[in-house]
Design a protein around this ligand. Structure first.
Ligand SMILES: Cc1cc2nc3c(=O)[nH]c(=O)nc-3n(C[C@H](O)[C@H](O)[C@H](O)COP(=O)(O)OP(=O)(O)OC[C@H]3O[C@@H](n4cnc5c(N)ncnc54)[C@H](O)[C@@H]3O)c2cc1C
Length: 606
């Protein structure tokens, strides 16, 4: 046994850098490369890994200590002789060179007590070296991105733009993940088609009569696919322009630095310096469902089955209600069954009400507080048994059943444990604000890291992860992530909801503007919407907002921007909004709060 001190490596131009986190404690058994402390300069944060293995017998620094090249960090009891300092793979924070820059300097180990000479400054930052006993690999990647959805392709492209050599691994034949192939984009194309059918029908009472729509499902499917093709083809071109190497196949970790990719029965291995996991999520399948082509998930629904007929949607969340909207417009008799007392759980009930009112008058049934307990597939239809609150059971026959009961993350399907990445029971991978997992050179973004499972969250997280792998000091600290249901009417919200405020005893004041007083809303023949804003009673800053009505999804960005920038009611109300627009309703909700609104008569508040 010998004792060694692990010292801080050369940090380029930097001296006296504060330690913001100590990642180990006395008694820990550590390996070479185990991160010891996190340093923070004004340009970057970086973990300092150990250059020796052993048991920590003393911490020689603490949170807040300042370190420079050669500062002893920890004292180890080591069975082996101290490892000589490795050539320093140091990120030089003063000049963030994205070209090859993990923000991870190697620490040097020296016999105690005298500090060893510090490693020579690296001319160019390099990635942490893989351990010698890693499996052999047929290719190498500076940054490997696992999964090419919004999280994966955004991370890959951003990292490539920052100079990293990126390999993007995807099991599907096209890039774009769920969002482009079987999620956001095809569903919105079909929702547009549904909207056109509805608007044409509504105009019949206003003097313009079209004939009944003749739906050519083959052409509609082809149009939906052409939209998807344009976007996924565009991504392939963008990958090529950026020299991102795309490897097709199912990826699984073999070790912390090697991944195996299997396609068509053949496997290859890729050694990577850093990795971003963006393997996304997939539809939850209820365990008691039989295999039957009439029982579909959202992907099956987007294929638009012929003769949808009696169409049951299990799950009254956003995805289920969006698809219900499509099938309703296409002529199906839609029913929705939802386990909780409210459609779109999590959204404020007042925002859901206009949607509920509209679909109640159109759909066959909306069953709340009701659980599906059994499903059997028979020749004449799919028999579904439901249990209402209180235990009463009923059974009904449907032509198609769409199961939209949520999505589960793919964390359990990539052998993450072989890389040492922790995955929770649900399949989520926890990260810090830099999107770093518990393994310092492996990051994760998108659906796989948690709720809300939304494409715009994935892309923002992806940029942070890519920037951190390139040595930048980026954090994901968005104040709000807006949610949108592209139903008819649309529902959108951002920031604090009234439901959350009440549950958490957060003080707020609310003001809202009803769209029946909006000239623009009336002129598009819709008056059921409203815009509400929640304010901090003391500062008048916007805390949250919700909008229901046409294009609510477009309008909510102003609320999100207001919250991110700390805008208050006067900032919004005094911003001149164009007239007549639906966006005016945001300003008018702010004016209602300020007491300056003239488009409605409201008792003076302040
Ligand atoms: C019907 C529907 C509508 C939606 N509408 C919206 C919307 O309007 N707005 C919105 O923000 N969000 C929407 N979403 C959610 C959105 O699609 C997801 O939040 C988003 O796609 C998540 O991006 P991601 O990159 O994390 O994962 P994904 O898009 O799931 O991509 C993960 C990728 O990783 C690949 N992959 C997984 N495992 C492996 C492996 N082992 N090897 C190789 N490749 C692998 C997958 O094939 C996939 O391409 C919708 C989802 C659905 C299903």
């Amino acid at each position: 046994m010998s004792r060694v001190d692990v010292v801080c490596p050369d940090l380029g131009d930097f001296k006296d850098i504060p330690i913001i986190d100590v990642l180990v404690k006395v008694g820990d058994s550590i390996e070479i490369d185990t991160p010891l402390v996190t340093l923070e300069t004004d340009k970057a944060t970086m973990d300092v890994p150990s250059s020796a293995a052993g048991t920590i017998v003393e911490l020689l620094v603490g949170k807040g200590s300042r370190v420079s090249k050669g500062t002893s960090l920890v004292r180890l009891e080591s069975a082996a002789a101290a490892t000589p300092p490795a050539p320093a793979p140091v990120q030089t924070p003063a000049q963030p060179q994205p070209a090859a820059a993990p923000a991870k300097p190697a620490a040097a180990a020296v016999p105690a007590p005298a500090p060893a000479p510090a490693p020579a400054p690296a001319a160019k930052p390099a990635a942490p070296a893989p351990a010698v006993d890693e499996p052999a690999a047929t290719r190498t990647a500076q940054l490997l991105v696992l999964g090419a959805g919004p999280g994966g392709y955004t991370a890959a492209f951003r990292a490539a733009d920052l100079g990293l050599k990126v390999t993007l691994v995807e099991r599907w034949s096209t890039l774009g993940g769920v969002c482009l192939n079987v999620g956001c984009i095809p569903s919105k194309a079909l929702l547009h088609a549904a909207r056109v059918i509805e608007e044409a029908h509504e105009m019949s009472t206003r003097g313009i009569v079209f004939g009944a729509p003749q739906v050519d499902l083959v052409k509609l499917r082809e149009w939906r696919s052409s939209v998807v093709r344009k976007l996924t083809g565009g991504l392939a071109a963008l990958a090529k322009q950026r020299k991102v190497e795309v490897v097709r196949g199912e990826a699984k970790f073999l070790s912390p630095h090697v991944i195996e990719v299997t396609a068509g029965g053949k496997s290859e291995t890729i050694r990577f310096e850093q990795c971003i996991i963006a393997a996304g999520s997939e539809s939850v399948r209820l365990p008691f469902l039989p295999q039957d082509p009439r029982i579909i998930d959202s992907t099956g629904a987007l294929e638009l089955p012929d003769n949808p007929g009696e169409f049951l949607v299990i799950g009254g969340g956003i995805i289920g209600l969006e698809m219900a909207c499509v099938f309703d417009a296409l002529g199906a008799r839609v029913s929705v069954v939802e386990l909780t007392p409210q459609l779109m759980p999590g959204c404020d009930p007042d925002l859901v009400r206009p949607l509920e009112k509209r679909i109640k008058s159109r759909y066959a049934e909306i069953l709340l507080n009701t659980r599906v307990v059994a499903v059997t597939a028979a020749a004449e239809g799919v028999q579904v048994t439901m249990e209402a609150q209180g235990g009463a059971r009923s059974a009904k026959r449907y032509d198609h059943v769409l199961v939209a009961v949520g999505r589960s993350p793919n964390g359990g399907r990539i052998a993450a444990d072989r890389a040492g990445v922790q995955v929770d029971k649900s399949g989520f991978i926890a990260t810090d604000k830099q999107m770093r997992t518990n393994v310092p050179h492996i990051f994760a973004v998108g659906d796989i890291v948690g709720q809300p499972m939304l494409a715009h969250k994935a892309t923002h997280e992806a940029k942070v992860a890519a920037e951190v792998t390139a040595g930048q000091k980026s954090y994901f600290d968005a104040r709000v992530i807006p949610s949108v249901a592209y139903t008819d009417p649309e529902i959108a919200w951002a920031g604090l909801t009234e439901t959350a405020a009440k549950a958490q005893n957060i003080e707020y004041e609310k003001s809202s503007f009803p769209w029946m007083a909006s000239g623009r809303s009336l002129s598009i023949a819709r008056d059921e919407g409203f815009t509400k804003l929640l304010f901090d009673p003391k500062t008048h800053r916007v805390l949250g907002g919700g909008i229901v009505g046409t294009s609510a999804g477009e309008l909510i960005s102003e609320v999100a921007l207001a919250i991110e920038t700390g805008a208050d009611a006067a900032d919004i109300g005094l911003t001149v909004h164009p007239h007549p627009t639906l966006s005016e309703t945001v300003a008018m909700a702010a004016e209602a709060f300020e007491g300056t609104l003239t488009d409605l008569y409201l008792p003076k508040k302040r």
